[in-house]
Design a protein around this ligand. Structure first.
Ligand code: SAM
Length: 378
């Protein structure tokens, strides 16, 4: 018997471990890991669980969901919103998630430009007239690089206790493997795609001829990507209603990049300051001196910095110093810290990003921090 199949006859149920719906989502996640699509649309997204899982795939920058049932999307859509942590530590990746209310039987320009389109347990819910229009909408109009369609294999149904006609009362049909594969092959050939068949949920040993419980077709477009302008005939009229849109904070957005750089400047300054003060205090202890005296008397130099920090500061004019309780840290010193350097790329950009956000010395070459309050505490 297959390892993910348990025929629990004593309880009259057949279950798969993990449950088949989770295996279907994992199948899509694996596919995303393999093809690294940037833009993914889930048709018949229902409660948005697959979209929620996909938002953690770092290659994805655009996620869209479509469903004919607005309520089911609305009930769960807030889990697609950014979390506080997304704002606290924005990443390089941009991510936009939108949900649309509409039917896969209709074309809408918001569904153009996707790399991967998933239709998980959707087609068996379509009325005959919708199923007829579905291939033209998905393969003809949307024309993504990859389409994944999963649907129940009716040949497996006799192994599922309690299933009489269909697995779900909302199913309009259920196909066996021959029916699904002939529809898929015909669709693939009409729209210039190749298709490979696979599935999830193995039958028990000795019953392999029934095939997988869930049958899957993975369609790959044969012709190369075309720009939107190559399809001037594609309609521009929007028919779907957008019910949700979340734009995740990203360092690609100047506002978040600026915040991140400024925080990093303060953080870096804090490290430098602490390192200088630690050294002073240890020196004072060594010489039985008074630390506060030393702090104001000493011109602090890079020789007080830890070995690691010193290595980072490569130019002579990058040495931080204290003058009358004011700590001066040259911009070049801060820019030489790897994180700041990576965030900004160039020194010019760094200067532009912090302009007006930190206090600079009169010649504009150093960030200044007033130590007065701290001295009072000591
Ligand atoms: N894909 C999800 C999953 O695997 O968990 C949900 C599948 S659910 C069984 C089928 C979904 O298709 C339902 O949410 C239903 O509202 C939606 N649906 C049915 N007809 C549709 C249509 N014409 N256009 C878009 N969505 C449709």
């Amino acid at each position: 018997m297959d390892k993910n199949f348990h025929d629990e006859q004593c309880r009259g149920t057949v279950t798969f471990t993990p449950p088949l719906y989770k295996q279907r989502y994992q199948f899509i996640k694996d596919l995303v890991g393999k093809y690294k699509p940037k833009k993914v649309a889930d048709l018949g997204c229902a409660d948005c669980t697959l979209l929620w899982m996909l938002k953690f795939c770092h290659c994805i920058e655009v996620l869209a969901g479509l469903d004919i049932c607005e309520r089911v999307m609305r009930e769960n859509m807030y889990r697609l919103s950014p979390l506080p942590g997304d704002y606290l530590q924005p990443t390089e990746r941009s991510l936009t998630i939108t949900l649309h209310h509409g039917s896969v039987a209709h074309k809408d320009p918001c569904m153009l430009g996707f790399d991967l389109v998933t239709c998980i347990e959707l087609i068996e819910h379509l009325e005959e007239s919708e199923l007829k229009k579905f291939p033209e909408v998905v393969f003809g109009f949307m024309a993504p690089s990859i389409v994944v369609i999963s649907t129940p294999n009716s040949g497996f149904n006799p192994l599922l206790p309690g299933v009489t006609l269909f697995r779900d009362p909302d199913h309009k049909f259920e196909w066996n493997r021959v029916q699904f594969q002939s529809w898929a092959l015909e669709t693939a050939s009409r729209y210039d795609y190749s298709v490979e068949f696979t599935g999830l949920g193995h039958p028990p040993t000795g019953m392999e001829n029934v095939g997988f419980c869930t049958q899957i077709g993975v369609f790959v477009r044969k012709y190369p990507q075309t720009s939107g302008s190559a399809h001037p005939e594609k309609p521009t009229e929007a028919v779907y209603k957008t019910v949700f849109k979340a734009v995740y904070p990203s360092l690609k957005d100047e506002k978040y990049l600026q915040n991140a750089v400024v925080s990093e400047v303060f953080f870096t300054a804090q490290i430098i300051k602490q390192s200088l003060l630690d050294h002073l205090i240890s020196e004072c202890e060594e010489y039985n001196d008074d630390p506060t005296e030393r702090k104001s008397k000493f011109q602090l130099s890079m020789k007080f910095l830890s070995e690691d920090l010193r290595k980072l500061v490569v130019e002579k004019n990058m040495e931080p110093f204290v003058n009358k309780n004011v700590l001066y840290i040259p911009l070049k010193t801060i820019f030489s810290f790897p994180k700041v350097n990576k965030l900004c790329g160039t020194f010019d950009r760094f200067c532009k990003l912090i302009a007006g956000k930190v206090t600079l010395s009169s010649d504009g070459s150093a960030v200044i921090f007033n130590n007065e309050n701290e001295n009072e505490d000591n």
